[in-house]
Design a protein. Structure first.
Length: 180
């Protein structure tokens, strides 16, 4: 499937090119193989990506992705499936594969700008970036997830433990329960 996501620039007609995507367990397994540190196990993502030439060599990439990712809850460490969706617009300009910015401040326009190298647009890389952006910073299986007991490790969503309440320690501990 990787070759299907490598789009030659000269194959994009003036009217644009639209691709329909189905990214399933095999695609995610290959990604995980290449990057074992991924924060999610797998997923099912479908969507469309449209490529249009602008001003000669610049390429506008518009996409919509929707599906689910298999994540781990940041409170109770249980696996769960989360719905995800994203729409994106990126302007790709010819340039080097890696750009090193030293001390430069990015503008809003810079966030929607990316580069492609040579005569091929690597949609694989762009899709991976967009999927990573869909992952919440602190994934939760439920808003009211009670997490793990810090003493015995019991999952408070499934069982209650008999551990005593932890008393706050430190110079500001007295502020935890102010006396009125």
């Amino acid at each position: 499937m990787k070759k299907a996501l490598q789009i030659p620039v000269n194959s994009i007609p003036e009217t644009g090119r639209e691709l329909h995507l189905e990214l399933g367990p095999e695609w995610f397994a290959r990604w995980r193989e290449e990057d074992p540190g991924l924060e999610f196990a797998s997923g099912e993502i479908a969507g469309t990506v449209r490529l249009e030439k602008h001003g000669g060599r610049d390429i506008l990439v518009r996409g919509k992705l929707k599906g689910s990712l298999n994540l781990t809850c940041s409170r109770c460490l249980e696996a769960f499936t989360a719905p995800v969706a994203a729409a994106f617009d990126l302007l790709l300009v010819p340039g080097p594969e890696t750009i090193t910015a030293q001390g430069e401040e990015l503008t809003t326009a810079d966030l929607d700008l990316d580069y492609y190298a040579g005569e091929v647009v690597d949609l694989e890389r762009l899709l991976r970036e967009q999927i990573i952006l869909m992952v919440p910073l602190k994934p939760l299986c439920a808003e009211d997830c009670r997490g793990l007991c810090p003493r015995c490790g019991a999952n408070r969503n499934r069982e209650s433990c008999g551990c005593p309440e932890i008393k706050a320690a430190g110079p500001l501990a007295g502020l935890a329960k102010p006396k009125v």
